[in-house]
Design a protein around this ligand. Structure first.
Ligand code: MG
Length: 545
């Protein structure tokens, strides 16, 4: 396979419902998203991750689907989707959709039929039991504190069904041969529209043997291989981005032998980034980087700071998690599910421009492709008055007009209220206030994204973490073909002057290309001066002295 496109993209995650409303009904929709493609192109986005627009009761932001083959009419029509795809492709923006088939809505006809008749062909699409089964540790509800168990009683069936997520999301028995065929049919249906790939929701849960009481989770990867085969038959470079929030030692299995998922959401990286931001020290992050499985020529990490959900800190030790809480979620209301934080990035970093730049510069410098959660490019805030993860799903802030330019509906008909007070008030934090302003955060993000496109080595290299005499500074090299970048990030709130040793570079020409500039290089020793939360990108080229 020739260099797949997804090794070097900048992904923008968009919740259609809260991005742009085109018809004044208070819901963001597909024509609204299409109308903002020029904004995304100018930002430098090359791939859109479009979150669910399928028919759904919307009890979980559309991740509770009642019909996989229909677009909820509040989002628009098939023609609107075709138009989005055509217009995005005309701007060299790829479009990938969410595949949410670990569970359905409890209003899905499959589930209704399954509950009605024990002999129906759909009965075994779900996991039923006469009584709740014992639940081994590690297989409890995904939402502790909100949902109590993983077995719920269904009156029609007079039986219990299994659900790791909310009770209104019964688990599909994804290892069942007929369910697998349904999954492949759904993929094929949307591929026919011309979509470029999929984000596979809850991939690690899809392939579990569900509802068993065995102590260890058993997984069967056959389904992921079938998904790969199908998409690979239709697309030269199958973009399959898995949500597999699993332990480090299991991550590699999702890449398979290059015949399963081609990208993995890098949950571990986001946890260790926030630990590093909280402690201002880089040792734990360096250890993680040295242990992450290597990528092949066609597999990739998808790195993110924040996403549509809570910041999940499940894989940190309790002591480390408490450090992150203390720094970024001191109030219990800022936390969720006994493991995470339901805040956006900018409020967590106190709206501090230097810290925001450091966080994004580091994310873009690490091996993989970056994901930007909509609104983070302008430093949007959150609304903790909204329940659970809706706190980070308020409407996009386009300008200072009524409803921030998101919708012309009366304010009380918006899908979620806008942030209209405090530091992240849409009257001050919005696209229009920042677009085209040389010193704005949005303009800085645009520069960072352009820089990422100019340096494909960031997508291809295996990083080499450099020995550094300063515990607050992460310095790494990125080498690919004849290109070498040196990237240094100071996590501390004070100036640092690390000395780096570059044994392979006794002589070199050192050119600063981004961030701080002050450095001196002599005989393979590079001395840097990094301001508080400073960062420096340098190009190294061989030179004869
Ligand atoms: Mg609308």
């Amino acid at each position: 396979m020739e260099r797949p496109w997804y090794k070097n993209v900048v992904i923008y995650a968009v919740n259609v419902r809260t991005f742009q409303d085109s018809n004044g009904d208070g819901w963001g929709d597909l024509p609204g998203l299409t109308s903002r493609l020029d904004y995304l192109r100018e930002l430098g986005i090359t791939c859109l991750w479009v979150q669910p627009f399928y028919c759904s009761p919307f009890k979980d932001n559309g991740y509770d689907i009642a019909d996989y083959y229909r677009i909820d009419e509040r989002f628009g029509t098939f023609d609107d989707l075709a138009d989005l795809l055509a217009q995005a492709h005309a701007r060299n923006i790829r479009v990938v959709l969410d595949l949410v088939m670990n569970h359905t809505s409890d209003e899905h006809p499959w589930f209704l039929a399954s509950a009605r008749d024990p002999n129906a062909r759909f009965r075994d699409y779900y996991v039923w039991a006469a009584a709740p089964q014992p639940v081994p540790p590690g297989q409890r509800t995904i939402f502790p504190g909100v949902t109590s168990g993983v077995w719920s009683y269904n009156q029609t069936a007079d039986a219990y069904y299994y659900h790791r997520f909310y009770a209104f999301q019964p688990e599909l028995h994804c290892l069942h041969p007929e369910v697998r065929q349904e999954i492949l049919k759904v993929l094929d249906f949307w591929l026919a529209f011309g979509v470029d790939g999929f984000r596979i929701d809850a991939a690690s849960h899809m392939i579990e043997h569900k509802g068993t009481s065995t102590k260890t989770v058993r997984r069967d990867h056959t389904l992921l291989k079938q998904i790969y085969q199908l998409v690979e038959n239709r697309r030269a470079a199958p973009f399959l981005l898995a949500e597999a929030d699993v332990q480090l030692e299991h991550l590699d299995s999702y890449f398979g032998a290059g015949d399963e998922m081609t990208l993995l959401l890098n949950f571990l990286l986001s946890e260790y980034l926030f630990l590093a931001f909280a402690t201002q020290e880089v040792a734990a992050l360096e250890r993680l980087l040295s242990h992450l499985p290597e990528r092949s020529q066609h597999t990739q990490w998808a790195n993110f700071l924040r996403n549509l959900d809570e910041l999940d800190l499940e894989r940190l030790t309790e002591a480390d998690r408490q450090k992150v809480y203390a720094a970024f979620a001191p109030q219990p209301t800022m936390r969720a599910y006994e493991r995470g934080i339901r805040r956006r990035l900018a409020p967590m970093l106190d709206g501090d421009r230097q810290r925001l730049e450091l966080a994004w510069s580091l994310l873009f410098a690490l091996p993989g492709v970056p994901i930007i959660n909509y609104g983070d490019e302008i430093g949007m805030g959150d609304d903790l008055a909204l329940p659970e993860r809706d706190a980070v799903r308020t409407p996009m802030q386009w300008d200072a007009s009524a409803n921030a330019g998101f919708s012309s509906a009366p304010a009380d008909q918006l899908v979620h209220p806008l942030i209209s007070s405090g530091r992240f008030d849409y009257h001050t934090v919005n696209v229009q206030a920042q677009a085209g302003k040389p010193d704005s955060f949005l303009t800085w993000m645009q520069r960072l994204i352009a820089l990422r496109h100019e340096h494909p080595e960031l997508g291809w290299c295996e990083p080499q973490v450099l020995e550094c005499d300063d515990p607050h500074v992460l310095a790494h090299l990125c080498r690919w073909q004849d290109r070498t970048l040196l990237l240094a990030h100071n996590l501390a709130d004070q100036q640092r002057q690390p000395m780096l040793t570059l044994p392979d570079w006794p002589q070199a020409k050192v050119t600063p290309i981004f961030g701080a500039q002050e450095h001196s290089f002599e005989d393979g020793h590079l001395a840097l001066t990094l301001p508080p939360y400073g960062y420096m990108w340098l190009r190294l080229t061989a030179s004869e002295k």
